[in-house]
Design a protein around this ligand. Structure first.
Ligand code: T4K
Length: 413
């Protein structure tokens, strides 16, 4: 790692190697190898194998739910959960989320109705939900963005009043709590992601968790082509099964979970310390009375105070090999096919629009430590001190490629 002034031109980046958001935390590699050897020796590679079952038991016990169904990834998990919950017609959902939350609805032919978010939680604003309910509405999907919980009680009340299904995309929120209760036990079901970029990871993987016995049975069947036992198909289904190998990686990752959280948490405090001196940059806070996984290090940028726009900060950081991400810009409502299907969604999402222009996610996890964070703090400090010059050199916004894919060609009738 070579340190030089950011202001000097024609020099290598401060970090010789890129620092990624979402660099995987790896559990005990020897243990992973051993588990994989055992799987191979058993010659049972998928379809409800013993390692998947152990992984499911562990998740259910950590979260405190009756049922955990491991799936190949959270996107397919959401598709299965939405279908098993009987969602149809219209479903109310935030646009400040990873596109998978919404794609899983659209994939099932369900119309997503984008609802604005709360400026503090960055999650669905319950006070904006009721005005979007129509006779076609079948459910509400909340997302615990950054692992910070939705206003669950308010959403539960609305769902009960209008007899709607309530589900949560908990892709970010494994190991987090709300009012002392672990995320995973709310609504009809919640869906976790164990993708490589999540702090507990299988490489690719996810889990649907619920306390509802009938729902769990339906999910188990739908996850495996609709089979109930051999040769007996009782519903439509897909192949959403997790195989033994990702479950083995997941089990080792679960063992490292408390260490990963500890690292994320100390990174969080280190970032807070180094960024406290930078005007207009605030580290998004976690509620320290709750359990948090601290897996996302999010900063909120006040452009007026910091003198640089979010996209200018992004350019400053990328020039130094700090590959910050502007999740979830530009918002799902501005992505295809939603941009075309619901071009006026933007008008009812003023808070979403504002938040999406202020947020940057910085690298954390076990690949980042105090030294890197100290250096990132220096990059911020130097850029802040030369902000008026940088403001004239760097474009205030970075364009997005916006071309939709051409629709499939149909044969003329
Ligand atoms: N709901 C929500 C709210 C979600 O955030 C997600 C996923 C889902 C649902 C769906 O869950 P899954 O079906 O994936 O289980 C990444 C992840 O691919 C995605 O899983 C995650 N959310 C999202 C927030 O982040 P991208 O498009 O940013 O991925 P990518 O390839 O740019 O990788 C992110 C960074 O991680 C890069 O800087 C490189 C680094 N990386 C990535 C991988 C895969 C590594 O260092 N090693 C790796 O193995 O979506």
């Amino acid at each position: 790692m070579k340190k030089e002034s950011y202001a000097s031109q024609n020099r290598p980046p401060v970090f010789a190697e890129p620092l990624h958001v979402g660099r995987p935390n790896i559990g005990n590699i020897a243990e992973i190898h051993q588990r994989i050897d055992e799987i191979l020796e058993r010659r049972w590679l998928s379809n409800d194998g013993v390692v998947v079952q152990e992984f499911e038991r562990e998740i259910a016990s950590i979260v405190g739910v009756k049922h955990c169904m491991a799936v190949c990834n959270a996107t397919v998990g959401l598709e299965i959960a939405y279908r098993a919950a009987g969602l149809s017609g219209e479903v109310i959902v935030p646009a400040n989320t990873f596109v998978a939350t919404v794609h899983a609805l659209q994939w099932l032919g369900i119309t997503p109705i984008f609802c604005d978010i709360d400026p503090h939680t960055h999650n669905l604003d319950p006070s904006r939900v009721e005005e979007l309910i129509t006779p076609k509405t079948s459910g509400i999907v909340g997302v615990h963005v950054w692992g910070r919980p939705c206003q669950v009680t308010a959403l539960e009340e609305i769902a009960a009043k209008y007899e709607l299904q309530l589900l949560f995309d908990a892709a970010h929120a494994f190991g987090c709590s709300l009012d002392g209760r672990m995320i995973g036990g709310f609504g009809t079901a919640e869906v976790f992601s164990f993708h490589a970029t999540k702090f507990v990871s299988c490489g690719e993987g996810g889990a649907i968790v619920t306390n509802d016995d009938i729902f769990a049975t339906r999910v188990r069947q739908m996850r495996s082509f609709g089979f109930k036992g051999s040769d007996n198909v009782v519903s439509v289904g897909t192949n959403g099964k997790m195989s033994e190998f990702p479950a083995a990686i997941g089990l080792s990752s679960l063992k490292g979970m408390s260490e990963f959280v500890k690292t994320n948490e100390s990174n969080y405090y280190a970032y807070q310390k180094v960024l406290a001196q930078i005007p207009g940059i605030n580290v998004l806070a976690y509620d320290l009375m709750e359990r948090n996984n601290f897996q996302y290090l999010v900063i909120d940028i006040d452009e007026n105070e910091s003198q640089l726009s979010r996209d200018q900060w992004l350019q400053v950081l990328h020039a130094e090999n700090v590959l910050a991400r502007r999740y979830f810009f530009p918002g799902v409502h501005r992505m295809e096919p939603y941009r075309t299907l619901d071009p006026f969604a933007i008008r009812r999402l003023p808070v979403t629009e504002a938040v999406l222009k202020r947020v940057l996610v910085l690298p954390t996890g076990t690949a980042v430590g105090p030294m890197e964070i100290e250096t990132i703090g220096e990059i911020f400090l130097q850029a802040s001190q030369t902000a008026s010059k940088l403001r004239t050199q760097l474009p205030a916004t970075l364009p997005l490629p916006t071309e939709p894919l051409a629709p499939p060609k149909r044969k003329a009738a």
